[in-house]
Design a protein around this ligand. Structure first.
Ligand code: SAH
Length: 454
């Protein structure tokens, strides 16, 4: 066993799925943030448990061949990018292995070869969305940035290399408005103050920018000053605020008030146009989204005769992408504003063979199957990280669609759910990881399941 503050020299032999380096000293396992597999490093123990401990990277003695100099000056303290010190190729290998490991360890699958991750051409400046927390630093100045890993300390970063340049201009205007009009940032400890987050979204295809301030108030004071400032920022097409008076970590509240412009911005993926409201989910990486949806379309293998269900459909992105090749598409989504977007998106694109339902996938699908006897040839699911509820998976199995296309942003819950579907008579035919989140440990995976006829 080792002790706190003890120094050690370790070779990094492996990495956790969260991107920490793993090294061993006389059989004692150490987890080391910012260490890269292949590094030989000097570390200092920060926390020692009986059989394992945590250590801080003090000095890289021999850098791993995968190690690169991070481009961002705050890549270490900021919690956003866990893998910036790794070359992009090695990041993709890391993600491929992560998916493979999850399928084997959690899903109990043998013999599935996970192919290389579909990577980005340029793994920076890809994010179309940013949510900056607002606070004060020790000197009392207003700061906007990102939370340091696993904390709520704000690292001031107005220029995030994953995001869009216009973000900086927006933040400057918001800060100026706060200073001039004496608007207080929200304080988590006391629940006092006003401005919690600045949400910015940029539509890549149209250049439209959405700015939504998340505030601890019903009404925004001096809104005209803010709007006037934001109108000088190129592309700004929608200015709104979101009311969040809860003392919780959840970023957005339920109510959005439009201050200027439309309530939504418009983007396009491939040939389909989409309206996006502040409360609606929208994929953050437009370039890779096109690849992801293209893969979903390919996996679905539609001929024009199929009835397709798109569960967790958001603003109907996948539904509309598939509708052109299907007989009918039904979308289900829990956020009412997203379904409003989905309906106008269908109309906007002249797509008539779609219908959308507000509700939980695990409520709507069983009800539609049992009461309405609804049928499915293909079911697409794209759940949040926690994956699908058991009752939903059971209903899918009972509905016996020929194909299931599972789009996942968490390969651990994916592997868990695939096991249930395969035990229910499905077989994994294709797996394709797609890198939607370069520089981070996250990976998107898309899987084609085919029903077994016995
Ligand atoms: N397929 C869409 C959205 C995927 S993100 C796209 O690619 O853009 C997951 C979506 O599931 C979000 O829109 C979220 O609001 C929604 N959601 C979360 N829990 C849900 C549930 N239990 N039932 C239905 N939708 C849910």
């Amino acid at each position: 066993m080792m002790e706190k503050n003890q120094p050690a020299t370790v070779t990094i032999e492996d990495m956790t799925e969260n991107g920490e380096g793993i090294g061993k000293v006389d059989g004692y396992t150490l987890f080391i943030k910012d260490a890269v597999i292949g590094d030989v490093a000097e570390v200092k123990i920060t926390r020692a448990k009986k059989t394992y401990g945590y250590a801080r990277l003090m000095k890289v003695l021999t850098p791993s061949p995968d190690r690169v100099e991070p481009l961002c000056p705050v890549a270490g303290p900021c919690g956003g990018c866990q893998l910036q010190a790794m070359s992009y190729e090695s990041q993709l290998r890391f993600k491929q292995k992560k998916v493979q490991d999850h399928l084997e360890r959690i899903g109990g699958f043998r013999g599935i070869e996970v192919p290389p991750v579909l990577g980005m051409e340029r793994p920076f400046a890809y994010r179309n969305k940013a949510q900056y927390p607002v606070g004060r630093n020790k000197d009392g100045e207003i700061v906007m940035g990102f939370y340091a890993g696993r904390t709520h300390t704000i690292i001031p970063v107005e220029r995030c290399l994953l995001g869009q340049q216009v973000n900086e201009q927006v933040l400057a205007v918001v800060k100026d408005w706060m200073v001039r009009c004496k608007i207080e940032p929200y304080e988590e400890e006391t629940g006092r103050g006003m401005v919690r987050h600045v949400l910015i979204r940029v539509a890549k295809a149209t250049g439209q920018v959405m700015v939504c301030l998340v505030v601890n108030a019903k009404k925004l004071p001096d809104a005209a000053v803010l709007v006037e400032g934001l109108m000088s920022v190129p592309g700004v097409a929608s200015v709104s605020y979101n009311v969040n008076r809860e003392r919780s970590n959840v970023i957005l509240g339920r109510e959005v008030v439009t201050l200027w412009g439309e309530e939504y911005i418009v983007d396009a993926i491939g040939e389909v146009e989409y309206e996006i409201s502040p409360l609606s989910f929208y994929q953050v990486n437009p370039e890779q989204t096109e690849r992801l949806y293209g893969t979903a379309l390919e996996f679905a293998g539609l001929t024009g005769d199929e009835v397709v269900w798109d569960l967790y459909c958001g603003i109907g992105t996948i539904s509309l992408f598939l509708a052109k090749k299907a007989k009918m598409v039904y979308g289900v989504e829990i956020v009412p504003q997203a379904i409003e977007n989905a309906k106008s998106n269908a109309e906007r694109n002249g797509i008539r063979n779609v219908e959308f339902f507000v509700g939980k996938a695990e409520d709507v699908l069983p009800e539609m199957y049992e009461k309405e006897n609804m049928h499915a040839d293909v079911i697409v699911v794209d759940p949040p990280r926690k994956g699908c509820e058991g009752v939903l998976l059971e209903t899918m199995v009972r509905m016996k669609p020929e194909k299931i296309v599972y789009v996942s942003c968490d390969s651990a819950t994916l592997a868990r759910d695939l096991r249930v579907l395969c035990d229910g008579g499905y077989e994994v035919r294709k797996v394709q990881p797609v890198d939607m989140f370069g520089m981070t440990v996250h990976v998107e995976t898309i899987v084609l399941l085919q029903r077994q006829h016995t």
